[in-house]
Ligand binder design. Structure first.
Ligand code: 4AD
Ligand code: MG
Length: 462
């Protein structure tokens, strides 16, 4: 499709000046000089705005010079070399149409706003520098996710959002029902889910893994990339009630191969960002996290370290560090422990493997010691856990025994168990939290600031 306008990114990247060009976008700033007026116009195609120069002989000069910050303009003019520093081109305007004016109440006036305030205007924050850069990178890196798996021959599978199974078994599902909340039908004093829309108790998925496994048992290598929901009432900077997860699943793979895929994947995404998001990364490096680019470059080249859970516990116990939560074999690692390991001890991405069976999900493969499972978490500095994965239990008898131990009736997951009955094979996979990854790659410190419209306890307005 040929646009009747030039994207500002293309205008700024032009090789030589063109006769006439047309650009459209939103006003970031207006500066009235003695004779001319300068407008910084942004259309989101790149971080930079283009400078529009208005001289008094342009028709409508007075009216256009009075346009408010946030107004929308269509500009026709000549692309000329800019005498100003930091930009190669500017537009000498010949004709400007105000498509939508703005006024002094527009909240994104020139001064800098806190991220907390900008969350209250989530409908407008994509027009700010920081969020423009965040969401551009989010879009570009979503594409990179698909590209990585496509290049490796993985099939993209869309797993359901509404489901009856709680994959992680943590009881964090949001309920999906059409029953009347105030007076649901009862049977023996309990809610009769048989009368509900799906004739059973359903909710929003916490993970596409179980269905992903079914497809891996047919297509060998698959991945999912979709929204995931958890009614976890933890108001932290790293948890959202709705987040996006990427879950590859590989038949014929063990835990070591799973870790290798995770490492290659992360390195690919980071390299892709360095190569394709240089302008946005320069901004994050300057304003959000000093040294961000050097960190990403070193990740792109480094080998990831691996420690077992048992070693990690020993390291933490011998660290002499005072932690808020206890460190003891058999207890889960808290985020303070994870961050200590990745930030202070190993100083980079680290896989923690082979966790105690008792603290991990039912589907993870039991190790020969019969105390630990073939699980892995990838921890990175500042964010903590970014990936969780495992080799899956492919042995029908071991799996059903473990389900019973954990209070899961095998009959309730008969379809899942069928893959272990017919043509079972070793397989492994993981889940990357896309927002956690974006926090790592942009330096943004709160998950609410890397997802367009965050859902957290008490917040689902926009
Ligand atoms: O470790 P989790 O719970 O693993 C699973 O869901 C597995 N079914 C994945 C698999 O093996 N296919 O979640 C995976 C990742 C975490 O490492 C984290 O990055 C992210 O998902 N995550 C969250 N991100 C934001 N908000 C939350 N509430 C999250 N919970 C998990
Ligand atoms: Mg996890």
């Amino acid at each position: 499709m040929k646009l009747d306008r030039t994207r500002i990114k293309d205008a700024l990247g032009a090789v030589c000046g063109q006769e006439t060009i047309s650009v459209k976008g939103w006003v970031r700033t207006v500066r009235r000089g003695k004779e001319v007026t300068f407008i910084a116009l942004n259309d989101g195609s790149c971080f930079a705005s283009i400078q529009i120069v208005l001289s008094p002989d342009m028709p409508g000069f007075e009216e256009v010079s009075g346009v408010g910050t946030g107004g929308c303009l269509a500009v026709r003019g000549t692309l000329v070399e800019s005498p100003a520093s930091g930009q190669r081109w500017e537009v000498q305007a010949r004709e400007i149409q105000i498509l939508g004016d703005s006024d002094a109440e527009y909240p994104l006036q020139k001064k800098r706003h806190s991220f907390e305030y900008l969350r209250t205007i989530a409908h407008l924050r994509p027009r700010s520098n920081t969020f423009s850069a965040v969401f551009r990178m989010r879009g570009v890196l979503s594409y990179a996710v698909h590209r990585f798996f496509h290049e490796r021959g993985f099939l993209y599978v869309q797993t359901p959002i509404i489901t009856a199974n709680d994959c992680e078994g943590a009881g964090e599902m949001f309920r999906v029902t059409t029953l009347a909340a105030e007076r649901p039908p009862l049977a023996d004093g309990r809610i009769d889910w048989k009368q509900d829309f799906f004739a059973e108790k359903t909710g929003l998925t916490v993970s596409g893994q179980l269905q992903g496994e079914l497809f891996a048992a047919a297509f060998s290598d698959i991945y999912t990339f979709g929204p995931t929901f958890r009614a976890e009432n933890s108001n932290t900077s790293r948890h959202a009630a709705e987040f996006w997860m990427i879950e590859p699943e590989m038949a014929f793979a063990d835990l070591a191969e799973d870790c290798r895929l995770a490492e290659d994947f992360l390195r690919y995404l980071v390299t892709y960002a360095l190569e394709n998001c240089a302008e946005d990364l320069a901004f994050f490096n300057e304003r959000i996290e000093k040294g961000l680019i050097a960190k990403l470059e070193s990740l792109a080249g480094a080998e990831f370290k691996t420690v077992t859970y048992t070693e990690a516990v020993r390291i933490l116990q011998n660290s002499g560090e005072q932690f808020e939560f206890p460190v003891e074999w058999g207890l889960d690692l808290q985020s303070e422990h994870e961050r200590y390991l990745t930030e202070k001890v190993l100083r980079g991405p680290v896989f923690v493997t082979d966790y105690p069976a008792g603290i991990k999900a039912f589907y993870m493969r039991l190790n020969e010691d019969e105390r630990t499972v073939a699980a892995m978490d990838l921890l990175v500095p500042r964010v903590g856990e970014i990936i969780g994965g495992s080799q899956r239990e492919e042995r029908h008898d071991v799996l059903t025994a473990r389900m019973r131990e954990m209070g899961i009736a095998p009959e309730s997951l008969w379809w899942y168990l069928d893959t272990r009955r017919w043509g079972s094979c070793p397989h492994a996979g993981f889940g990357l939290g896309f927002e956690r990854f974006l926090m790592y790659v942009t330096g943004m410190e709160n998950i609410r600031d890397v997802i367009p419209f965050p859902r957290t306890p008490g917040n689902a307005r926009f």
